[in-house]
Design a protein. Structure first.
Length: 441
């Protein structure tokens, strides 16, 4: 079967209500927390994607039983020291940076050697950002080229607490150190540039010994040794990062409206909403509620004819970190020159996304000026593509695939986009939802 999609027509107007799948960050964190809880935890609406299944397979290898029944996953935690596995075990994080990085914080107190491997994309990514702070606790790391996978971790039962300054705005780095701090003697201090805070919210909900002091640009976090974690039943809300593709599909289509139900709108995740509002898009949150510390709402959005360019304030970067490819498409149709700076971290993702964003924009005839950490996009409200666009060899980055599909469905031209399977990592139902929206026609 072909693993590419061909798009020849833009999508016709639609007016629909949809659900997107469960949040990936929360799903992976729930699997990991449940694996060391004292007893049985159940989750509904867990994201059934390859990244999350890699997390499930990882805890199974660590001796934890997991079962699935309909829309419910059950994890039979055996307590904080309940992992049971042989020396020299290999865990495969596949494509998932979040799993690969967070799980190291969970393995840090194991004196047995564990190997961590990943797929071609993950093997190109930086793991020194995790091994460096975690070795200060007392774990020993060996990494390929001192920074990549495969790596070996050998932890210790006697870890000392550390002080850590997180400057990148990386929730993965911050979380790995929080998990390390949960295992170390004494209290670990973290000063972290603002980033998604699902780990902290779960720690608070579970009443773990964590204290957070919110400052303007960073958070101060104190975490002490954890003795016991209670089981955690959870209904995973929908993913704003998956919703983002449909928000932009609606914005760039004609006379369309969309309501996306039950989406996590944690303030540390909604950079795309603030950015699109500044660009002139009409987006509203409806039915707001709080679920175990996480804010949830339905998101309503409508097509927008007049889009304004944006000089994007860098303080919005972390909250929109996974959405820039799709935001760049909106900038391509906006009047004026948009400017995004301090976004070098984009090149550290599943593929070098700042490069790929530039490539896609240039292929569709949009002028850009790109550096290692910024991009200027010369928008064209009359943009219409007439040529054939081929997207391939992008390290199967799911977000490159999905952003390209949205471009094809809204900007015209004929698109051939390879590696459709990439959606399985984060959003397996992406193309089904597109087909559902098309059925409106
Ligand atoms: C994530 C954090 C972000 C994000 C990734 C998920 C998380 O990565 O890009 O998709 O769940 O903690 P960084 O922490 O590297 O910015």
């Amino acid at each position: 079967m072909s693993n590419s999609v061909i798009i020849k027509k833009t999508i016709k107007q639609f007016n629909k209500k949809i659900f997107v799948s469960g949040d990936k960050s929360i799903s992976i964190r729930w699997v990991l927390f449940a694996s060391i809880a004292d007893g049985t935890s159940k989750a509904k609406n867990l994201l059934m994607s390859e990244d999350v299944m890699a997390a499930v397979n990882a805890i199974k290898k660590l001796g934890i039983k997991v079962t699935f029944k309909k829309n419910e996953c059950t994890i039979y935690g055996k307590g904080i020291d309940g992992y049971n596995f042989r020396d020299d075990l290999t865990i495969n994080a596949e494509n998932s940076g979040t799993l690969g990085r967070l799980i190291l914080g969970f393995l840090i107190n194991s004196p047995k050697k564990i190997n961590l491997v990943g797929d071609r994309s993950l093997s190109k990514r930086d793991f020194k950002r995790i091994s460096e702070p975690l070795s200060k606790f007392g774990a020993i790391f060996k990494l390929k080229n001192q920074k990549n996978l495969p790596l070996t971790i050998q932890g210790s039962k006697n870890l000392k607490s550390i002080s850590y300054l997180e400057k990148k705005g990386s929730a993965q780095c911050k979380s790995a150190v929080i998990f390390g701090g949960m295992r170390a003697n004494g209290t670990t201090f973290i000063k972290a540039k603002k980033s998604r805070n699902h780990t902290e919210l779960l720690c608070k909900y579970l009443k773990l010994p964590i204290k957070i002091n919110h400052k303007k640009n960073y958070d101060e976090i104190k975490i002490s040794k954890v003795k016991k974690i209670n089981p955690l039943n959870y209904k995973i809300p929908s993913d704003i990062s998956s919703s983002a593709f449909f928000i932009v599909l609606t914005v760039l289509s004609n006379n369309s409206k969309l309501l996306i139900r039950n989406v996590n709108i944690n303030p540390s995740r909604i950079g795309i909403i603030t950015i699109l509002k500044k660009m002139g898009v009409n987006i509203k949150f409806k039915n707001k509620k709080n679920y175990k510390g996480e804010p949830i709402a339905d998101i309503s959005v409508a097509s927008t004819k007049k889009l304004k360019a944006i000089n994007c304030p860098p303080k919005l970067n972390s909250g929109a970190i996974d959405e820039f490819l799709i935001i760049f498409l909106v900038a391509a149709k906006a009047r004026g020159i948009s400017y995004f700076k301090d976004i070098g971290e984009l090149n550290q993702k599943e593929s070098p996304r700042l490069k790929w964003g530039t490539k896609i924009l240039n292929k569709i005839g949009i002028k850009t000026i790109t550096t290692n950490s910024s991009i200027k996009i010369f928008g064209n409200p009359n943009l219409e593509i007439n040529q054939k666009i081929i997207i391939k060899d992008y390290l199967k980055d799911h977000r490159v695939f999905m952003a390209s599909v949205i471009a094809g469905l809204t900007l015209g031209g004929t698109w051939k986009i390879y590696d459709k399977d990439s959606i399985k990592t984060s959003f397996p139902t992406f193309l089904d939802i597109i087909n559902n929206l098309k059925n409106n026609e």
